[in-house]
Design a protein around this ligand. Structure first.
Ligand SMILES: NC(=O)C1=CN([C@@H]2O[C@H](COP(=O)(O)OP(=O)(O)OC[C@H]3O[C@@H](n4cnc5c(N)ncnc54)[C@H](OP(=O)(O)O)[C@@H]3O)[C@@H](O)[C@H]2O)[C@@H](O)CC1
Ligand SMILES: Nc1ncnc2c1ncn2[C@@H]1O[C@H](COP(=O)(O)OP(=O)(O)O)[C@@H](O)[C@H]1O
Length: 286
């Protein structure tokens, strides 16, 4: 089930993750998602972010490539569109939303920026992982994109409730139904987070069995986004990348808890544990 690692390969073989993430208040989300993509095997991770985020992340992660974006208020400026569009080429996958916020921006202009950028990804058939504030933007904009199966949306129950204009209680009572409903609405793979994460594609449904309460801590979802993007970059299908990402992420939480307890695991422990799980998997232990 792991993506192939041909011997005759180079970094381009394993894809480019263009990760649009972070804002002044949420710098860690950019780090966690970027390092996670690299730890599961992406060839390149390019963090597109405002300068204060890049300063913070690059001090921790010299392996990533950085694309500084114009800043407005504490977040990405809509003027970033041409720079981002210039990064879109075959072999690129995009992750959008971890900690991007939109504080301080003119929402109308920000809406048209995200509308144009996502439309470009769809037109160019660039796989996308849409998380957190990317999903919140989609919910408030009322846009109804048709992702043609090339997007993994990763809502937690409240984000899904916002997207489907319902409430968390209804979602939690019928998680499978609402995951499928969102998948049908957006023609996307929907990964509904939580204990026993669900992955739905409108027809098929997978329930993830890994993970524990160590994952119930801020930042772990950002790691999941990076892992799924990393697997997509290695040419897995969106459904398989979501299934494998959820499995490895959950196992990373379980293994990290063996060392640090379910109380003490940090989101930043997960990428390294994910890499150890991949090693076990290569050895045939999973
Ligand atoms: N270090 C960093 O840089 C970090 C950056 N991050 C980034 O920050 C951004 C915003 O993230 P956030 O945590 O502030 O808001 P968000 O997740 O929408 O929660 C808001 C409310 O929603 C609810 N809710 C949440 N989960 C739920 C569930 N499973 N089931 C049901 N309800 C649930 C819950 O509401 P309550 O239950 O309290 O009513 C909660 O109070 C985002 O872009 C993210 O990527 C974070 O990853 C953190 C670390
Ligand atoms: N009790 C739990 N058991 C298994 N997985 C969990 C549990 N609590 C949270 N998770 C997982 O942790 C991640 C939390 O993501 P999210 O809510 O987006 O957090 P954040 O936005 O802080 O990164 C999801 O992958 C979710 O499935």
């Amino acid at each position: 089930m792991l993506p192939a690692r041909p011997e005759d390969s180079n970094k381009a073989t394993f894809g480019h993750v263009l990760n649009i993430a972070g804002s002044v208040n949420f710098r860690g989300a950019a780090y966690l998602s970027t390092v996670s993509a690299l730890r599961v095997g992406a060839g390149y991770a390019i963090l597109a972010a405002i300068p204060p985020v890049i300063d913070a992340v690059s001090a921790q992660l010299p392996e990533a490539v950085y694309l500084p974006l114009p800043q407005e208020g504490s977040a990405i400026s809509p003027k970033s569109f041409p720079l981002l569009a210039s990064q879109i080429k075959p072999g690129t996958v995009c992750a959008l939303g971890c900690g991007i916020s939109a504080l301080g921006c003119d929402l109308k202009i920000f809406n048209s920026f995200l509308h144009d950028f996502i439309s470009l990804l769809i037109a160019k058939k660039i796989p996308l992982v849409l998380d957190a504030d990317g999903l919140n933007w989609l919910a408030q904009s009322g846009e109804n994109f048709h992702f043609d199966g090339n997007c993994v949306m990763t809502p937690h129950p409240m984000e899904l409730a916002r997207l489907l204009k319902t409430d968390v209680e209804s979602i939690q009572k019928n998680r499978e139904h609402f995951a499928q409903k969102a998948s049908e609405k957006f023609h996307a793979i929907v990964l509904l987070k939580g204990h026993r994460t669900i992955i739905a594609d409108g027809k098929n449904l997978h329930i993830n069995e890994t993970g524990n309460s160590a994952l119930a801590k801020a930042g772990t979802g950002d790691c999941l986004t990076g892992m799924i993007a990393g697997f997509l970059a290695q040419k897995m299908s969106p459904f398989d990348a979501a299934v494998l990402g959820a499995k490895i992420h959950g196992l990373a939480g379980e293994f990290a808890a063996k060392e640090f307890s379910e109380y003490g695991v940090l989101a930043s422990d997960l990428p390294k544990y994910a890499a150890k799980i991949l090693r076990e998997s290569e050895l045939g232990n999973f």
